[in-house]
Every structure is written in C-alpha cells, then in structure tokens.
Design a binder for this molecule. Structure first.
Ligand SMILES: *[C@@H]1O[C@H](CO)[C@@H](O)[C@H](O)[C@H]1NC(C)=O
Length: 215
C-alpha cells in the first residue's frame, strides 16, 4: 500500500519534470513556417527540402540596442521570430543593453530558466524566492560573470556603473514568456480595480491612481 503511494509520488514528480521544459523534438529540426495555417504547439514546419543555413542564422548581435528610454535598457531578441530554425529546439537568446543605472524591470519567465553572462560593465542582479520566504538572492556581477534566474521567479537587472553595459541571456525554451510585474499589476487593460490594488499594497487609492497613470 505505502509502496504504491511512493510509486505514485515518483510518477507525479517525474511527470511534473517532463512538462517543465519544451517537449523534445521528434525530428532533426522543424524550421518555423510562419505562412502555415496549421495551428500546433509552437509553429508548423517548413518543408525540409526548402531549408537553408539562413533559417538557423541571425547577425547583428554585436550591435547595441537603443537605451534612450524610461528604463535605460534595450532588448535584442534571437527568438523563433528572428531565427525560424530554433522552433521546437527548446532554446533562445537575448542581448540586453543598459545605460548607466539603467534597469530591466522586475519580471519573470513562466516557461523557462535564464542564464546570463555579463560581456561589458557591472550589473546588480537578483531574484526573489516564492512565498512564504520572499528572500532576495542578489549579487553584483562583473564582466565575464554568469548568473542564473530560476524558471518562474521574479528577477531584475541594473547597470550599477558609469558606462554602458551589456549582457547576453539564454533560455531553456523557444518561448520563455515575459510577465513584467509593474505592467501586469498597474498597467493591465482594463485596470485591476483600485480597491484591490490599494488593499494589496496597503496604500491610499490616490497612490494607486498615480502609479496607474504612468502606464
Ligand atoms: C533612440 O530612441 C530615441 C527615443 O525613442 C530616439 O529619439 C532616438 O532617435 C533613437 N536613436 C537611435 C540611434 O535610433
């Protein structure tokens, strides 16, 4: 009896692990065919006879993004939209550029863990563990340092130097997904009611209105 319960637990855990990343490919590749009308989990495959090296290629990752914005940061993506060949392969890449003191807002990726490497500059990075601890795990990174953000946990980056910085991040999914905390909480359409947010953040409704007005 208890043996059966134990077996059930092992099964439940292994099944949970199996769905925590992209499904394994069933073929060498499945270059995304954005013209296909077929709806599948991911993007339908281009006829392999039509596939070329360019389907697996992207240039320009040496070029900085434009950081003249409120956050002082920019994202350059190497996702399936840019590299159709990484459809179904369970991976993707991003370049982050940061102005001095620029930030990447607290956000999380529901579908993948992230591994970041600093190429230039000094970054403060961190993530927060889930309830009930909500512990901040944080570190200042120098050029060449690598840091990992676990799947689904809220994390952020800030350039804490006086010169521009940049980093690359790789993900364990072709589509890690992005949930930006400020935008989802204060910038949803329509807004979450002021009463809910005022109670959640333990502030006056006027403060909620003030924050919402910025989105
Ligand atoms: C960068 O973005 C700012 C604000 O959108 C814009 O004014 C500026 O022309 C852009 N710079 C370049 C080099 O594209």
């Amino acid at each position: 009896m208890s043996k059966n319960i134990f077996l059930c637990c092992i099964l439940a855990i292994t099944c949970a692990l199996a769905v925590a990343s992209d499904p394994a490919p069933l073929q060498d590749f499945c270059v995304a065919d954005f013209n296909s009308q077929v709806l599948v989990n991911g993007v339908a495959c281009l006829d392999p006879k039509l596939v070329t090296a360019d389907n697996f290629f992207l240039s320009g990752f040496d070029k900085p993004g434009n950081v003249s914005n409120q956050q002082g940061s920019a994202v350059t993506s190497a996702m399936v939209e840019q590299i159709p060949g990484l459809n179904t392969l369970g991976t993707s890449l991003i370049r982050f550029d940061y102005a001095p003191w620029g930030i990447v807002s607290p956000h999380m990726h529901p579908l993948a863990s992230e591994i970041l490497v600093v190429v230039e500059g000094t970054l403060l990075v961190g993530f927060v563990t889930s309830n009930p601890d909500n512990k901040l795990i944080s570190k200042v990174l120098q050029k060449g340092d690598v840091f990992v953000f676990p799947q689904g946990l809220v994390h952020f980056q800030q350039n804490v130097g006086y010169v521009n910085a940049f980093s690359y991040s790789a993900f364990g999914s072709q589509n890690p997904g992005v949930v930006l905390v400020p935008n989802t909480v204060f910038g949803s359409t329509p807004h979450i009611t002021t009463d809910v947010l005022a109670k959640a953040f333990q502030v006056d409704k006027a403060i909620v209105d003030q924050i919402e007005a910025k989105f």
